[in-house]
Design a protein around this ligand. Structure first.
Ligand SMILES: [Zn+2]
Length: 361
């Protein structure tokens, strides 16, 4: 008999873009509407969240300021709000230590230079391996969130038949990072390849990974057929072999390392004549999408571990007491109005006006 309804604890989305400004409230509400008890808000804002305190004299937003913006936009309804630091050329080991001392710093994000939306302040991974930043993070127990793509590649090595920017990064960079800082806790963000899934599975429990709904559901063929630019995100959706590796990682009853992080990224203007903004918006629809990639025949345990427990355990977050229910009943998908314009949730951008599952709070 197939499962028709599942009751789960509220969950944490451990990779979200809330951006900045007047539309944040709509994005926060979209997350609350899908049973989120909290989230990790990525720091690639304009300007980036690159310092700890407002009074620090660097030309960035501080964690202090960004937290207060999110809380004012309705984030005070969350049990947990994680706000990582953006690692820039100005980040130092001392900044990490004082951030931990102030209670504001739990995690920091590595962006490859110019690798994705607002990643212009990123620096090569090597620089943080040698300048004391990662050493301080390892010593102080600060979690490193990694956008794992090699920067500066082009053509066949960026996205080719036999390798791509993520595949290269997980073969060449990550083993060295892991070996140099064996106690550093690392989240491999939004992994998309078999190479990355294998790397995480073969590493010890200090290394976990987030996986988005779209990378479990789609391949590059889905993006290309009809040029469905709403599916354009970075890292790009990959091949069927990669998708299968992700599906088997999350569907394993031994999975403790792979967890939900939607990388939900709102763009009011997705495509222009000059190109396409990277990112899929899955606020309001993520659990309904995620559940489609799980084999529920053996019960809800594996799905619940991925959505609700593994990430909370990795970040040492409290277990939410409230619950929500997913029901196998169709739910309409609507554009989300914001003061900056409407944002299309991914299914709608792909022409899908309803979901197979609905959320009941
Ligand atoms: Zn992201």
């Amino acid at each position: 008999m197939s499962i028709e309804s599942i009751t789960l604890p509220l969950w944490y989305d451990l990779h979200v873009h809330l951006r900045q400004g007047q539309s944040m409230q709509a994005y926060v509400n979209a997350h609350i509407s899908m049973g989120c008890a909290g989230l990790l808000a990525m720091p690639n804002t304009k300007p980036p969240v690159g310092k700890i305190h407002q009074k620090d004299s660097l030309p960035y937003w501080s964690i202090e300021e960004y937290r207060s913006m999110i809380l004012t936009a309705g984030g005070d309804k969350f049990d947990v709000l994680l706000t990582p630091l953006y690692l820039t050329g100005d980040t130092s080991g001392d900044m990490i230590k004082s951030g931990v001392g102030s209670g504001l710093l739990q995690a920091a994000k590595y962006y490859p230079p110019h690798g994705t939306t607002n990643a212009d302040h990123g620096r090569p991974l090597e620089s943080f391996m040698s300048n004391g930043v990662l050493a301080a993070m390892e010593e102080m127990g600060v979690i490193l969130c990694v956008h794992g793509e090699e920067h500066g590649l082009s053509g066949e090595s960026y996205f080719g038949k036999n390798s791509n920017a993520e595949d290269y990064f997980y073969r060449e960079r990550m083993p060295r990072l892991r070996d140099k800082f064996p106690k550093l806790k690392i989240v491999c963000e939004h992994i998309t390849t078999k190479t990355a899934a294998d790397f995480v599975a073969q590493s010890d429990n200090n290394i976990g990974a987030t996986i988005t709904p779209q990378h479990l559901m789609f391949t590059v063929a889905d993006l290309l057929q009809g040029l469905k630019y709403h599916l354009y995100c970075l890292p790009l959706v990959k091949f069927e072999e990669d998708r299968e590796a992700l599906l088997s990682a999350v569907n394993s009853d031994k999975n403790t390392k792979f967890f939900a992080g939607t990388d939900s990224a709102p763009h009011t203007t997705k495509a222009t004549e000059c190109g396409c903004a990277a990112g899929c918006f899955t606020g309001g629809v993520a659990p309904q999408l995620y559940i489609q990639s799980f084999d529920l025949k053996k019960g809800q345990g594996v799905f619940e571990a991925f959505l609700c427990h593994n990430g909370a355990a990795f970040y040492n977050l409290p277990a939410p007491q409230k619950t929500f229910t997913l029901i196998k009943k169709s739910q309409e998908v609507c554009a989300v109005p914001t003061p900056d314009g409407a944002v299309m949730p991914l299914p709608l951008g792909l022409g899908q006006k309803s979901l197979e599952w609905s959320v009941l709070l």
